[in-house]
Design a protein around this ligand. Sequence first.
Ligand SMILES: [Zn+2]
Length: 340
Amino acid sequence: MSLVIDCHGHYTTSPEPHNLWRQQQKAAFKEGQPAPAYPSISDGEIRESLEKNQIRLLRERGADITIFSPRASAMEPHVGDESVSIAWARANNDLIKRCVDLYPEIFAPVCMLPQSPAADMAGSIAELERCVDMGFIGCNLNPDPGGGHFKHPPLTDRFWYPFYEKMVELDVPAMIHVSGSCNPGLHATGAYYIAADTIAFMQLIEGDLFADFPSLRFIIPHGGGAVPYHWGRYRGLADMLKKPALTGHLMNNVYFDTCVYHQPGINLLADVIENKNILFGSEMVGAVRGIDPETGFYFDDTKRYIDALDISDAERSAIFEGNARRVFPRLDAELKARGL
Ligand SMILES: [Zn+2]
């Protein structure tokens, strides 16, 4: 029996005082005032927010561990300036650390970064170091801190290189993850997320990032956006652009999760993408919270779809556990220390 490691969970149920403080912080910035002091939140409030939601569902669905990060849609790097982002990232990451301290066997921490439209990556490097010192095993990297206008340089640009150097030094991967949309034409979780996933992959095809950083690792969430469905298009474009085959050009460094909310989509993912590149994920409690009337099960109960795949036990074990342990070596070390 393998462990079941969900590589994609957010603290979408954070206690109300935390969310209220964010509103106060934004209002204070608008008025040119300092933000009020961060509220005190009890362990009981944190426990209640998790036990009724993520932990209950994890147990019901049969997962063991969730790689847990702050609520993605609330990262909002486009709000305020870098100092606002730094304070917000620290508050969120500290809260994730408290979740992990309360439930060390269930949650493994991943941090958000204090990105901001006009900022370089120095603040994000400092926050990544602070978090890894606290036991964090990875980060969420936003390719579009402007919130839906894609004005940042591509992920292959040297703008990002100092951050990648730090990731490699600390041996932590990044999930490529945008936040809330401030573009009225882009619905956040239905359009912006999936578009950004697809855009990120194409940026990587056009560049040669992993020639410069052979050990850098990215997870492209939400099943890789449109990429697996259009795999022929991307293989063909790589060929036209005189790039190596995707197997060597990207697929030693890029991983997709299983946040695809129906069986045929997962079947396609597992059929098209080598299973060494697939990490189990559900993104619960997240973007799509309802029950599928066609199946009677929650859309985001993705373990059910992996269980139903026509693959070997070894492949299933890799998707549930082995691949996550390769991509997150700090998690692997932690699990080994626990005898797992
Ligand atoms: Zn997410």
